[in-house]
Structure formats: structure tokens, C-alpha cells
Design a binder for this molecule. Sequence first.
Ligand code: ADP
Length: 243
Amino acid sequence: AFVQMEHTQKLSSIGRLAAGVAHEINNPLAIINEKAGLASDLMELAKDFPERDRFRALVDAILRSVERCRSITHRLLGFSRRMDVNIEQLDVNDVLKETMSFPEQEALHRSITTSVSLDQAMPRIASDRGQLQQVFLNILNNAFAAVPDGGSVTLATWLRDPDTVGVSIKDNGKGMSDEVLRHIFEPFFTTKKTSGTGLGMFITYGIIRRLGGDIAVQSKEGAGTTVSVFLPVKAAPTATLGS
Ligand code: ADP
């Protein structure tokens, strides 16, 4: 099955709502964090309290959950805040190679084969290095999470037409059902029970849209997934304006 960016309007209003909620939740979270910390400090003084260890374990559990909430709200707010778009002329192959060095250790450790087929005759594109790294890293992380040890991840770049550069990240991992594929760009949609936030593809989608690009995901359950990103050679008007 195949999914492309759609329901653009709907997703951006979901994004705004999510960011609004994240912002509102930040204050009470900070209070919970502070009070739990104080309660823990107070327990330091109550040396004779028989349930001290149990109390501490409870407070620690609260603090850990608060931390998880905070990492979610920070990611959401970081994404929705008017990101400074920093457009420069860059080589997509370089950005991709830089990004690939991040999960190198994991690749070695899990015997994952990464192969690259980069078009060397690629024009430079007007885009944002940091944001493209974020996009490629999000997609690579998902690919790594999907493949078994010994699996493979293949990267390719090519010139789709004189105005558009294509980048694909293909894995031979577990793939997705049509149902999962349908929801992949929605915020908080995840199938990773404890480790996922469901924000990776949502953020990826937002960045690519801002840069004037497009993303398509093709997947087959049990066979693997190919994520293709298309980027304009010339900067998109929205990216230039930084909106
Ligand atoms: P997260 O990784 O935190 O779950 P994402 O938004 O990055 O959030 O991905 C959402 C869901 O899409 C994942 O939980 C997973 O089910 C599915 N997914 C994304 N990329 C892949 C992939 N390469 N292979 C299989 N499933 C994927």
C-alpha cells in the first residue's frame, strides 16, 4: 500500500491543537515536578519513618512519568514554534551521509547492512541542513526499529526532474498494515508500546511541507518499507519567508 501527504488542512489544525494542549500542560507539570521533588527532600528529614523506601520509590515513579510527559511536550512545542528556517545551498548527499553516521554504532552492534546509492551528478539544493538532518534521522530511526538484527537499510538519491531531488530510505523490516499506514503522519500515532511517541513522522511531515517538499511511504507487511522524500532544488516560498 501507498500513502502520500494528504488531509493537509486537517493535520495542521491537529498540530496546532496538540501544541496548545502541550503548552497548557507544561505549567501543571512543572508544579508536579517541583512538589514531588520537595516531598522527596522532606522525606530525607523523616529518618524514622518506616515506609521511607516505599515513599521514595513512589516519588521516583512520579518523577519519571513527569519526565516522559515533559519530553513529549517539549518535542511538540519545539516543532510548532515558528522554526527559524535557515536556507543555504547544500548537497543532499552530504546531509544524508552526515545523518547516517548517527546510528552507525547501532548498525554495527546489530549487524545491520546499510548500503547507499547516491547520484553524484546532483545539483545543490536551497534547503535547511538541520531540519533535513532531523527528517532523515527520524526516518532512519524508524527503519532501524523495523528491521531485525542482520537486516538491511538502503539509501538512494536521484534527480527526479530538473527541479526536484529524490531521497529514499528503504528497509527490509516488518512493514506496515494498510491500517497503520493510514495513520502514520498523525501526531501520537505509534505502535511502539513504551518506546514510541508517535511524533517522528508527524514532525517529519511538518518539516518537509515547510521546505516545500513532499513525502510518500510505501509498505508491505512482512516485507519492508520505502520512504521517499522529494525536495525542491529552489527554496520554497514558505521556507524563504520562514513561516
Ligand atoms: P514512533 O516511531 O514514535 O512510533 P513515528 O511517527 O515515527 O512514531 O511512527 C509512527 C508509526 O509508524 C510507528 O510506531 C510504526 O508503527 C510505523 N512506522 C514508521 N516507520 C516505519 C517503518 N520503516 N517500518 C515499519 N513501521 C513503521
